[in-house]
Write a protein that binds this ligand. Structure first.
Ligand code: HEC
Length: 148
């Protein structure tokens, strides 16, 4: 009668956070990309040609350019090339380069090592496999050996 009406509080709408879903999609995409690339055969000869796009920044003979020389990269600890300039992110990553983590890194460096200054994505699985096969052929350069 006096107009005093009960007012319901606005119902709290719980927006279901999309964050978890995003993460799951991200993880799933990593898993599926690993699954589809795991058996790609690498061709080192073709890899040497594909590597041309890396050569502006990376030599394979010991000289560090914008990026470290990639001689002896396979089995080396990330950020471990003597005299090269690295981000703290890569130096502290604890990665020891092998087929699997090179494949993931080359696919999306900034996702694997957030904060890295290596920003080139190699999206084609065959290109990554061929590059990795080529990188495996690179023994440590003599210049590096003398710095021991
Ligand atoms: C625009 C310059 C540039 C190009 C092009 C480039 N990189 Fe890099 N790369 C870098 C830099 C800079 C780093 C060091 C990253 C850091 O310290 O976070 C790096 C780091 C790396 C590392 C880790 C080296 C180590 O000693 O741990 C690998 C492996 C690598 N690059 C591979 C490649 C390959 C393969 C390509 C070609 C598909 C490529 N990069 C193209 C600049 C480049």
């Amino acid at each position: 009668m006096n107009g005093n009406q009960y007012r319901a509080l606005p119902t709290q709408r719980r927006s279901r956070s999309g964050r978890l879903a995003c993460r799951l999609v991200f993880v799933a995409s990593l898993i599926s990309s690993a699954a589809t690339t795991a058996f790609a055969e690498g061709d080192a000869v073709r890899g040497k040609t594909v590597f041309n796009r890396c050569g502006t920044c990376h030599s394979t003979t010991g000289q560090n350019r914008m990026g470290p020389s990639l001689d002896g990269i396979f089995g080396r600890t990330a950020g471990g090339k003597t005299g090269a300039r690295y981000s703290n992110a890569l130096k502290n990553s604890g990665i020891v380069w092998n087929d699997e983590n090179l494949d993931r890194f080359l696919y999306a460096p900034r996702q694997v090592v957030p904060g890295t200054t290596m920003t080139i994505d190699v999206r084609q699985a065959q290109d990554r496999a061929d590059i990795i096969a080529f990188l495996k052929t690179l023994a440590p350069a003599a210049a590096d050996a003398t710095q021991e």
